[in-house]
Design a protein around this ligand. Structure first.
Ligand SMILES: *[C@@H]1O[C@H](CO)[C@@H](O)[C@H](O)[C@H]1NC(C)=O
Length: 387
């Protein structure tokens, strides 16, 4: 009995070869398709790189934004629905400011004021005895930054860096004439301070407008003095560390009962401000990504420091009306630095991501007029020469 195996085998062979050729044709076809896709992709991307797939976005407005802007916008939208920001009571520093009224300077006994002349060699005219500023880096005294804010022009004065010879898109302040100094301010204008000497109207980086997204009312070419108030009584290392008004942060873990027991030197040791002056440029070579964290200490930044005891500043204080928040330590960078507008806008974005509402500090504040010698402490410490 011979099974019709050979016949079957032949049939099998026939169908196998048909399959084989079919597979061959198909694979050739797919290679052809693949080549077609590659050619198309290469044509689309101009031959540089494969075209990236951008998912459809809901609105026209959003689709006109770059990838990077789209994610920042999305983070702002997430903030609006986040439970982290929902309950105002969760901010343990809210309302912790201890209100101390301004007073007439002549009524105040030994209450040194800021911002002063910080030029090397300058010594104030107010005898403060043994009172000394805290000359160490603030973190070494358990202090942390509790806020960042800035003033239009500089409140301090550093000869050759930010003084009456500086310039900007709106000019500068004259050298103070303390005998009769009351600058008339146009309605709605804030009092401005001194400008740095970097500005050059012929150089585009000082004049090219920047598309500000998070800071308010800022201008390329202008000079701003940035302040980082620090406090050992701040909510250091917690989500409530940064506060507006900054007094909420300074006093977060301090009450009036404890405050009145403190000596002047205790306060100067535990509360300090870093001050650094910048001219804004539209040039990414000057981008610094983390300005909310504190004064820049790197290379020339934060090197030539003036250190003294003073007070809080701002336009509600003058040479007649003084601040009662004194004596606190001031560490001020004598040099004026250039910084990109994007560095400030990034800082404003970060401020908007803090738990506390910092919207009151997204614009420049006015500047106090330069403090008269007779209200400036005579305890200047020159880091460069005494260390
Ligand atoms: C600031 O101090 C320096 C050094 O003592 C001095 O030369 C300069 O005139 C002072 N500037 C003002 C405005 O008082």
């Amino acid at each position: 009995m011979c099974p019709p195996s050979s016949n079957v085998h032949q049939k099998e062979e026939a169908s196998t070869s048909t399959l084989k050729s079919l597979v061959g044709v198909l694979s050739l076809t797919s290679i052809g398709l693949l080549v077609g896709v590659i050619v198309l992709a290469t044509q689309q991307s101009g031959g540089d790189a494969p075209a990236t797939v951008v998912p459809d976005v809901a609105t026209e407005e959003v689709s006109s934004l770059s990838q990077e802007e789209r994610s920042l916008t999305a983070f702002m939208e997430s903030k609006a629905t986040s439970a982290f920001f929902a309950e105002a009571e969760d901010n343990t520093c809210a309302g912790k400011k201890i209100a101390l009224d301004n007073d007439l300077c002549v009524n105040m006994e030994v209450a040194p004021q800021a911002g002063a002349n910080v030029t090397k060699g300058y010594v104030g005219g107010l005898e403060v005895g043994e009172l000394a500023p805290n000359t160490k880096p603030y973190y070494q005294s358990s202090m942390c930054p509790v806020n960042v804010h800035w003033h239009l022009g500089s409140e301090h004065y550093s000869a050759g860096e930010y003084d009456e010879n500086g310039d900007g898109p709106h000019g500068n302040q004259p050298r103070p004439d303390w005998a009769q100094r009351e600058r008339d301010l146009a309605e709605g204008k804030v009092r401005d301070g001194f400008r740095c000497n970097h500005y050059d109207a012929a150089d585009e980086k000082f004049t090219k407008e920047y598309d500000w997204k998070y800071c308010e009312g800022m201008e390329v070419g202008e000079t701003y003095e940035v302040h980082w108030p620090h406090s050992a009584a701040g909510a250091c290392g917690t989500v409530n560390q940064y506060q507006t008004p900054f007094y909420d942060g300074v006093f977060c873990n301090l009450n009036m009962e404890t405050l009145v027991t403190l000596q002047a030197q205790d306060i100067a040791n535990a509360v300090g401000v870093h001050g650094q002056v910048f001219t804004i440029v539209n040039d990414e070579e000057y981008f610094y990504p983390d300005l909310i964290r504190g004064m820049l200490v790197d290379g020339e930044h934060g090197q030539d420091m003036a250190i003294y005891t003073g007070s809080t500043t701002g336009t509600s204080r003058s040479n007649e009306v003084c601040s009662s928040y004194t004596p606190i330590t001031w560490q001020v960078d004598r040099k004026c630095h250039m910084i990109s507008a994007s560095s400030f806008d990034k800082m404003c974005y970060d401020m908007k991501m803090q738990r506390d509402d910092m919207s009151g500090d997204l614009h420049a504040h006015g500047s106090r007029e330069l403090v008269h010698d007779k209200y400036v402490a005579n305890n200047q410490y020159d880091k460069a020469t005494r260390e």
